[in-house]
Design a protein around this ligand. Structure first.
Ligand SMILES: Cc1cc2nc3c(=O)[nH]c(=O)nc-3n(C[C@H](O)[C@H](O)[C@H](O)COP(=O)(O)O)c2cc1C
Length: 173
């Protein structure tokens, strides 16, 4: 079993979380910066894929991340990821950008769904304070939202709980 961790970042917070998650998931591969990946087909080499994505393009319908993920979305959607487990974590700011909290997770999620991946790592919204997020599907976020700007004191617990959830949901972790 191979589980890859991929992230993109502008100010380094998503990379830091990817490293912290890797410490909790000893069986996953070392995190890779998406900016160093030339083709989305690299993702096919894994049985499980964990993706870290921040939101920078506030309110945008497309290219919400503002990072290297945006230019790989179409390619990801055209892959055949049947049988692969995919989980997403998002970085955002739930107070300053409370109407667009971690919006980019859902855009990435939709392309992985198009590729036939089995999405895991959904998180209940109950632990968060925000107005709106495109990443909500019913009462659940389609991944793990993290707020290192205003709620960094909650990140350790959120990340540890999520890592334990992924160990159940992704075989081999
Ligand atoms: C100009 C600007 C726009 C942002 N827009 C959003 C947003 O729409 N939604 C959100 O949740 N966070 C938003 N953020 C917060 C960032 O996503 C957050 O700081 C994140 O941790 C950055 O991750 P990075 O360091 O990996 O790039 C924005 C921050 C800035 C400075």
């Amino acid at each position: 079993m191979s589980v890859g961790i991929y992230f993109a970042t502008t100010t380094g917070k998503t990379e830091d979380i990817a490293d912290r998650l890797h410490e909790l998931l000893a069986n996953a591969n070392s995190p890779k910066d998406l900016a160093d990946i030339s083709e989305a087909s690299e993702l096919l080499s894994h049985d499980g894929i964990i993706c870290g994505i921040p939101t920078w393009n506030t309110g945008a319908d497309t290219e919400r991340s503002g990072t290297a993920w945006d230019s790989l979305l179409e390619e990801i959607g055209n892959l055949n990821l049947n049988g692969k487990k995919v989980a997403i974590f998002g970085l955002g700011d739930s107070s300053t950008y409370t109407e667009n909290f971690c919006d980019a997770m859902e855009e990435l999620h939709s392309y992985f769904v198009k590729a036939g991946a089995t999405m895991v790592g959904y998180v209940d919204k109950g632990d968060y304070t925000f107005e709106e997020s495109k990443s909500l599907i019913g009462n659940k976020f389609c991944g793990l939202p993290l707020d290192e700007d205003g709620e960094s004191d909650l990140t350790d617990d959120r990340l540890t709980n999520w890592a334990n959830q992924l160990k159940v949901e992704i075989a081999g972790l």
